[in-house]
Design a binder for this molecule. Structure first.
Ligand SMILES: C[S@@+](CC[C@H](N)C(=O)[O-])C[C@H]1O[C@@H](n2cnc3c(N)ncnc32)[C@H](O)[C@@H]1O
Length: 262
């Protein structure tokens, strides 16, 4: 299977993207997962697992008798672990077992799917009664610049964010997905909906900022089509390494919901 044509990120620089996503967000995602009580014997699903760092974390957590299914349109590669199975799977169209999982996690995948509500409904059907769904999603409508070396640098950063939003929207991404997830999960029939927002400081060397530098490469063609020049992309990569650069990250919403007991 090849990467879905509608998925905005291509194959190039994907490994680096997944490494940076893990560095930036795994502590939060795994803390939230731990708060569900996930433990030995649970059956878990990581949808859109990417590089698989969360699936690997879950596999350690549910060992020795639990299982983890890690799925993606292009998964991994993942190291093997007892109880861990990796499958190539498009969550928007391919079937999965119903009522099969104690815990499902989906980080930064639903924002890419135009039929998000239908996919959420499907994920809920895949939960066992009492099972947990954790969805972690950005709202990129808030990510203000806080400090730049000078005014042209500030304008360059703003221009990059606007161009990136254009590219994402053109590929069907919902930039405000994060703020809409709690209501969408309730609509899907879950109870105990618990949204938690997380914000970080983007500073030189931080994984969240290195992700943006990686986006200048991953989304290069789209960013050029959106009006940025090669020189500006080069300058942007320098800017995010400037010692006096600071910005707020976008907001990551981590949302829990549970399927009612039968
Ligand atoms: C931004 S990455 C996030 C990866 C991982 N969940 C993480 O947070 O590190 C989005 C992932 O969703 C996957 N994806 C996109 N569309 C998908 C679909 N229709 N079904 C399954 N996975 C999909 C991509 O291949 C990619 O690995």
């Amino acid at each position: 299977m090849t990467i879905s044509e509608s998925y905005v990120f291509g194959e190039q620089h994907r490994t680096e993207q997944h490494r940076l996503l893990a560095r930036a967000h795994d502590p939060m995602t795994s803390d939230r997962l731990a708060s569900t009580g996930v433990t030995d014997g649970w059956d878990c699903l990581d949808v859109g697992c990417g590089g698989g760092s969360i699936a690997l974390w879950l596999a350690e957590r549910v060992a020795p008798t639990g299982t983890v299914l890690a799925t993606d349109i292009r998964p991994g590669p993942l190291e093997s672990r007892p109880g861990l199975r990796v499958a190539t799977h498009d969550v928007a169209v391919d079937p999965l077992p119903e009522a099969g999982f104690d815990l499902i996690v989906a980080r930064l995948v639903l924002r890419h799917l135009p039929k998000r509500q239908q996919v959420l409904n499907k994920l809920v059907r895949m939960l066992k009664p009492g099972g947990w769904l954790q969805v972690d999603e950005f709202d990129t409508s808030y990510e203000p610049l806080l400090l730049a070396p000078d005014e042209p640098a500030a304008r360059l950063y703003e221009k990059f964010l606007a161009a990136k939003e254009f590219v994402m929207r053109s590929s069907g991404v919902d930039p405000k997905c994060g703020r809409r997830i709690a209501a969408a999960m309730r609509e899907a029939g879950l109870v105990g909906i618990d949204p938690q927002p997380y914000v970080q400081v983007r500073r030189p060397g931080s994984a969240d900022l290195e992700l943006l530098a990686n986006h200048t490469r991953q989304l290069r063609d789209g960013l050029l089509a959106a009006g940025m020049s090669e020189d500006e992309l080069d300058e942007l990569r320098d800017l995010v390494r400037a010692p006096d650069f600071r910005a707020s990250s976008s907001v990551m919403y981590s949302v829990h919901g549970r399927k009612v007991h039968a």
